[in-house]
Design a protein around this ligand. Structure first.
Ligand code: IVH
Length: 678
């Protein structure tokens, strides 16, 4: 939608629109500490604006957001002029971007100069600028617009990680004036504990550690800051009147000797590709860091070179951030689905416009319970913030209130169960809403047990106990989730050693090739047992055609009466069930049924062309030899000239093509009868 919009309007109009949007988001982020889009989206807007301005340099004006070093200034705090600009960083999203950055600056570096690169985590916090005079902490500021910051000295004094007097220990000589830059943040664990405590008291939780840290440091009442678990890591000397180290590597050590906290996850490389490879190893390990990091920073180690390379816009040329894929994104909440747990508890989940979060596409996210939806005021049609960290199930942090159009629909707790229409109940003192019907077809444990049973997908080793374990661990919220379970997730469950996990994963894999009738039976549609499922599979041949069948189509099938037909249409008309089938197909379950033709009468093999596909009871060569002995021809590909396709289990594209061309399909029994009559 946004892309279409982009294409339709003129670059000049888009430029104005982008500037307005970026200014608005700057204000939300820097002044209100309450951003309504993710950093990644903000970056995309800025990249787009930069591209337009690069194509039309005469359109650049001094007030363009690309020309500014940072955010807006709040009127609430006194101003502090920084001794040197507090710069930002250019972003790279992959190794090629980093190599392109280096190619650009390599031209500016004297030939023969030995290069080294220092790599540090890019902490997702708030820049602070700490001023020391004769070793005494005298002032602390935010970054502000990069030139002028806000005086938050009283707040910073309460942060234990900020040394009030340096050197804290030892005899390192301290320059008379020293201005150090660092990142203030809240460690992940402390953040989670703090949010849990706030939630318990019924207060408003923080969207992420960075916003929380920024909020606390920009408090007018420093007593509040003092109670918060704020950490600090320092990485730059902004100015000093004395001798300071010549490389970033030594500088970190020097800062540490003075008593400033610095990261210990720092490495130095002679080769840029090695530095990039090192950054990439952190992608999957980012949760091992005790704080939120949104990437790593690669810096030219020699500080004289960093200075000589200068600045491009607001970014120093001598360093670049290699970002991790964003773990937070906004998207539209299309609809709400409900799962019913083993005890009847109703668990709402969000059906989302697909969006990339942390490197994977998310289409569904948990919404916990109806009280939570109400508390966060989440509405259908809202733009919502989706979060996912590590192996955590994606969840909706909240709506983007600023993006409301007025067409959003308020979500009311259901009065009746959507699966069985039984009035729902709420137990005293509990937030959960229940469907009290023990036989409710929507109950997840029942649905899973049914799906994996012998008459359906027949997943060996997925018994009642393991099904409950998977549901309780939050790994299975509908039957399609079974196909997303990973080995690592299983190994974390009690009682799962490697052998057991591998066996179960193999059984899950095998179940993907069960025939269509078993899949239809496994969906748990009321009144659809194995006999009806077989009739349906034979009639429709694919899950898509089955999902599209009307009541009329259905009642024409032998053995499908009006009750079954109505029940099927009721099931297939639900959005959530379409979603389920789509996810099953995506997981690799898309069986095509063998539509058995009526047996042709006498002598029908000689002169006819056959194609054999799928797994049959005998090797294909043997079957081909039988056909040839009866005067038939066997070819490899299906075309209009093919008379018969012999299809076994898990027949794939050839069967589909035969169905498309209307070629007669035989199963093995039908073929044998045909051979006998020839
Ligand atoms: S270096 C000239 N190093 O990331 C120095 N920045 O997106 C430029 N940040 O505004 C910054 N960790 O607040 C640097 N190890 C690190 C960092 C870091 C976090 C922040 C910093 C900067 C932002 C840019």
């Amino acid at each position: 939608m946004a892309d279409q919009h982009k294409r339709l309007i003129e670059p000049r109009e888009r430029l104005t629109e982008l500037r307005e949007q970026i200014n608005f988001h700057n204000y939300r982020y820097h002044v209100l500490d309450d951003p309504v889009i993710s950093d990644a989206e903000y970056d995309r807007l800025l990249v787009e604006l930069r591209q337009i301005e690069e194509a039309h340099p005469d359109w650049i004006t001094p007030d363009s957001p690309t020309q500014r070093v940072g955010g807006l200034l709040s009127e609430r705090f006194a101003k502090v002029a920084h001794p040197a600009p507090i710069l930002s960083l250019a972003n790279a999203f992959n190794g090629d971007d980093v190599r392109a950055w280096y190619e650009r600056i390599a031209k500016l570096i004297p030939a023969g100069r030995k290069m080294q690169f220092t790599v540090e985590p890019k902490i997702d916090g708030l820049t602070v600028v700490l001023h020391y005079r004769n070793g005494v902490f005298v002032q602390g500021a935010t970054r502000g617009d990069g030139i002028i910051g806000e005086d938050i000295t009283p707040n910073l004094r309460t942060v234990r990680a900020v040394p009030l007097k340096i050197p804290v220990r030892g005899k390192t000589v301290v320059p008379e004036t020293l201005v150090v830059r660092g990142e203030a943040f809240i460690e992940t664990q402390a953040f989670e504990a703090m949010n849990a405590a706030i939630e318990k008291e019924g207060g408003k939780t923080f969207a992420n550690p960075r916003n929380a840290a920024a909020g606390f440091l920009r408090q007018l009442d420093s007593r509040i800051t003092a109670r918060r678990p704020i950490s600090l890591l320092c990485y730059q000397i902004v100015s000093a009147n004395g001798t300071t180290p010549r490389s970033q590597w030594e500088l970190l050590r020097y800062l540490n000797d003075l008593g400033f906290p610095v990261t210990d996850a720092v490495r130095r490389f002679d080769d840029l590709n090695e530095a990039i490879a090192y950054c990439e190893t952190w992608r999957d390990k980012r949760d091992e860091l005790p704080f939120e990091a949104d990437g790593l920073v690669i810096k030219i180690d020699a500080l004289d070179l960093q200075v000589a390379l200068g600045v491009s816009g607001k970014d120093p040329r001598g360093a670049i951030a290699l970002k991790f894929p964003a773990r937070e994104a906004t998207t539209r909440l299309i609809d709400l689905g409900v799962n019913i747990g083993r005890t009847g508890v109703m668990a709402p989940y969000a059906i989302l416009e697909p969006v990339m979060v942390g490197g994977v596409t998310i289409e569904r996210a948990t919404l916990h319970n109806y009280d939570d939806i109400l508390r966060k005021d989440i509405r259908i049609g809202d733009r919502v913030i989706v979060k996912r960290s590590g192996d955590v199930i994606p969840y909706i942090a909240g709506p983007v209130l600023g993006a409301r159009t007025g067409d959003e629909r308020v979500i009311a707790p259901p009065e009746k169960c959507p699966f069985c229409e039984t009035p729902t109940i709420r137990r005293e003192g509990e937030v959960a809403i229940y469907c009290p019907n023990r036989d409710c077809p929507g109950r997840l444990d029942r649905a899973v047990q049914f799906f994996v049973s012998k008459g359906a997908l027949d997943i060996d080793g997925l018994g009642e106990k393991i099904a409950s374990q998977l549901i309780e661990a939050g790994l299975v919220e509908d039957v399609a989730d079974i196909y997303l379970i990973t080995r690592d997730q299983l190994l974390e469950l009690e009682g799962f050693a490697e052998k057991k996990a591998d066996k179960l994963l193999q059984a899950i894999e095998t179940s993907k090739s069960r025939p269509l009738d078993r899949l239809i039976a496994g969906l748990g549609i009321p009144h659809v047992g194995s006999v009806a499922a077989e009739a349906l599979a034979t009639q429709f041949g694919s899950i898509d055609r089955f999902m599209a069948a009307t009541e009329d189509d259905l009642t024409q099938i032998d053995g499908i009466g009006p009750t079954i037909a109505a029940s099927i249409v009721e099931w297939t008309s639900r959005h959530t069930n379409h979603d389920l089938v789509a996810r099953l197909k995506k997981a690799g379950l898309n069986p095509q049924a063998v539509i058995v033709a009526p047996i042709p009468s006498g002598g029908e093999v000689a002169g006819k062309t056959f194609v054999i596909t799928g797994t049959l009871s005998k090797p294909r060569d043997e079957i081909a030899a039988q056909i040839k002995a009866a005067g038939g021809k066997v070819t490899d590909s299906v075309s209009k000239k093919t008379d018969y396709v012999v299809a076994g289990e898990a027949a794939g594209s050839k069967l589909a093509k035969a169905q498309q061309l209307g070629v007669t399909i035989l199963d093995e029994t039908a073929l044998n009868r045909l051979l006998q009559t020839s």
